[in-house]
Design a protein around this ligand. Structure first.
Ligand code: ZN
Length: 266
């Protein structure tokens, strides 16, 4: 009898614990797969007013997508990360800034991320110190690229991402510098991105691609282990994902501008 009582207490304790987490919005659909430093559905939701961006003076809610900086209130809760390889993002000038996700990386890992607008390309990237994330037949995985570089005593300093739609990226890919960079691929993951729904489910947003690159990198340099070290890169992305999920779940009458998969809203 005592045993059952003990067991009941454990089960009841776990239930209350889960219930509390659920109430705090911690166990949301997507977030349970990632380890964030704090819960944006709680922390960012406390911020209700827009603030004037210190650089361009536009009113912004959490961050300025023109200047790639957080507002002072959001800056106190958005996690900060250091990255083991510098990120270079080459953006197509026609990309809509307010809708792209590359700026999340700059806000969260400010010292290690630079964003350029094509045809502006940094003069310090070359085939010896950089790789380009652009999957092509037979290209190396992140782990293979790290191994072959260490075998040849070459340090991987920069990873280049192209932030553009698939169709427009061709122009950037054919650039005289970019076309010489060794191409790599990341392991396959399903996207949560709301903008890419009419494409393949594995067609990631830029911030997802950056996150999964560092996940693969960490696994390749730590005997396959990964414990969420770079999940904070998805902090703002997951917040936006959850806001969209909530909005469409609560308003079933709403229609989405882009073609959503039937199962997108969970
Ligand atoms: Zn600004």
């Amino acid at each position: 009898m005592f045993k059952y009582l003990q067991l009941w207490r454990v089960v009841r304790g776990r239930y209350y614990c889960l219930q509390m987490k659920h109430d705090a919005g911690v166990r949301t659909v997507a977030m349970k797969n990632f380890q964030l430093s704090n819960n944006p559905m709680v922390e960012l939701e406390k911020i209700t007013e827009r603030e004037v961006c210190g650089k361009c003076h536009h009113a912004r809610k959490f961050y300025c997508y023109d200047c790639n900086v957080a507002t002072s209130s959001a800056g106190k809760v958005i996690p900060k990360l250091e990255l083991p390889v510098k990120v270079v993002v080459i953006q197509d000038a026609r990309e809509v800034k307010g809708k792209n996700t590359a700026c999340h990386a700059k806000i969260i890992a400010n010292q290690d991320v630079e964003i350029f607008t094509y045809p502006d390309i940094p003069d310090y990237i070359n085939k010896d110190n950089s790789v380009l994330l652009y999957p092509t037949d037979g290209c190396e995985s992140v782990g293979e690229a790290i191994k072959s570089r260490s075998d040849n005593n070459k340090k991987l300093e920069y990873v280049v991402f192209i932030d553009s739609t698939w169709q427009k990226s061709k122009r950037i890919i054919n650039n005289e510098v970019i076309s010489t960079l060794p191409r790599i691929r990341i392991s396959q993951h399903k996207t949560l991105f709301w903008r890419n729904q009419k494409f393949d489910i594995h067609f990631l947003s830029t911030i997802e691609a950056i996150h999964y690159f560092f996940r693969d990198y960490h696994e390749a340099t730590n005997q396959g282990s990964y414990e969420g070290q770079y999940d904070d890169l998805l902090y703002l992305f997951l917040y936006q994902y959850e806001v969209i999920q909530r909005r469409y779940k609560n308003n079933t009458e709403l229609t989405f501008k882009t073609a959503l998969r039937d199962d997108y809203i969970k």
